[in-house]
Design a binder for this molecule. Structure first.
Ligand code: ADP
Ligand code: ASP
Ligand code: MG
Length: 412
């Protein structure tokens, strides 16, 4: 029988009523003749609560135990979803990541899926089971420890299962009815897209649009998974939501197709480091070893052989970054006067494949921000995006102003 993957995010399984509603959606697809793999997130808010408990217990925690704790939210919803389906007379059972097994690397808290041998679940489908409910976000390392895939990781679980089982489609059910030109919670003018190219979705996701985890888009692109984002709160047709697809299938042709933001950025500045060959390696080597996701980097103009080095990283990694720098300083690898952490910043980005061929995007972006009196602290660009770091209090204003400036409320 053809296989369909259906993923339900946290708000879609937030309580027993919503789990029942999601189970009904699954029932519709089972009735059409699909064997369904359901991937569930933890109930909304649960993972945050678990992360909070870990941080309170141990600020520089052992990531293996972090994973043991934060993976547990999905175990609850997987079991409840299987029970709900059974109550509807649909043959179903739950699977935790290690039972499948979802084999991952040992990079705890941000593990990558290496393989999903389908044999165990396929054997159950062959026996007449119609729905495999799998706890998203989790797997097992070669050492046999529980791993998690990074926040939002259930999306990646879903796409990886769709690839492993050759699913006809991977439907991501969430609390919005598709991918928008920007977060519809920030701008009422945000417009739903019927289709978005993999490259643009990848960039939007990596710049903060959390509707899909970045890695899930990468996997869908690599394995040609038909990926769709749609609402779990509305009746759905086969055309509903947003299809993430190849660039050639997207009709819109404009320089910018979306605005993304990330609240969780910190700007870190090392004051007065020696400006010598090898200094960047001496700073960013230890940061990388500490697992810090450095994004933007600026080295300021040097004076008297000393310079300031600025980089951005996720706010939650500030303590680790500080520790890595202090350790590098005490070992003599680097020398600096002070490390300043500015956590009141946000990153706002304009993304569009059309930027490759149309100029003037940066100029429009900087003029728009300047007209709003917003100071740009750091700039980074690539072929299809421009990002700026600004004071967090202006983030929503910046998103709205840029959405207006690039006329994203209008269909191209
Ligand atoms: P889930 O719990 O279902 O995984 P998430 O909260 O992770 O849901 O992702 C859905 C949210 O992503 C939406 O509620 C919305 O606020 C946010 N979002 C950010 N950018 C976008 C965008 N461009 N289009 C749609 N949603 C977006
Ligand atoms: N529950 C996890 C999180 O909140 C994974 C997910 O929902 O995708 O990050
Ligand atoms: Mg999510």
């Amino acid at each position: 029988m053809p296989v369909l993957v259906m993923k339900f995010g946290g708000t879609s399984v937030a309580n027993l009523d919503r789990i029942r509603r999601a189970a009904k959606r699954v029932g519709v697809e089972v009735a059409k003749g699909y064997d369904v793999i359901v991937i569930v997130s933890a109930m909304s808010g649960k993972t945050n609560e678990l992360v909070g408990w870990v941080n309170e217990t141990s600020p520089l925690y052992d990531a293996r135990e972090y994973d043991a704790v934060v993976s547990s939210g999905e175990n609850v919803t997987a079991g409840l979803m299987a029970l709900t389906l059974q109550e509807m007379d649909i043959p179903a059972r739950s699977w935790q990541g290690w039972q499948v097994p979802v084999q991952t690397t040992s990079a705890h808290a941000s593990a990558r899926i290496e393989d999903i041998p389908p044999a165990n679940i396929e054997a159950k489908f062959a026996e007449g089971m119609r729905v495999a409910v799998v706890a998203g976000f989790q797997g097992v390392s070669p050492e046999g420890r529980i791993t998690t895939l990074g926040r939002g990781g259930s999306d990646t679980t879903a796409v990886a299962f769709a690839a492993a089982f050759g699913a006809e489609r991977c439907d991501i059910y969430t609390d919005v009815d598709g991918v928008y030109t920007t977060d519809p919670r920030i701008s009422s003018k945000a417009r739903k897209l019927d289709k978005i190219a993999f490259e643009e979705m990848l960039e939007l996701a990596s710049l903060g649009a959390k509707v899909l985890q970045t890695r899930s888009v990468e996997l869908a692109m690599r394995y040609k998974v038909k990926l769709r984002v749609l609402s779990s709160f509305e009746e759905q047709s086969d055309e509903a939501g947003t299809l993430v697809c190849d660039e050639e299938e997207v009709m819109e042709n404009r320089p910018v197709s979306g605005i993304a933001y990330s609240r969780d950025e910190a700007k870190m500045t090392l004051i007065s480091v020696a400006d010598r060959p090898g200094i960047a390696a001496a700073i960013f080597g230890p940061l990388s070893e500490a697992g810090i996701n450095v994004d933007m980097i600026i080295q300021n103009i040097a004076e008297d052989g000393r310079t300031d080095m600025t980089f951005s990283c996720p706010t939650e990694q500030v303590a680790r970054a500080e520790k890595a720098m202090e350790d590098a300083k005490s070992s003599g690898a680097i020398n600096y006067h002070n490390l300043l952490a500015d956590t009141d910043v946000a990153k706002v980005s304009a993304v569009g494949i059309g930027m490759r061929s149309q100029s003037g995007v940066a100029a429009t972006m900087f003029k728009t921000l300047s007209d709003e009196g917003i100071n740009i602290k750091v700039i980074a660009t690539s072929e299809i995006k421009i990002s700026v770091l600004i004071d967090r209090k202006y983030m929503e204003l910046a998103v709205q102003a840029l959405h207006d400036a690039f006329e994203l409320e209008k269909a191209a």
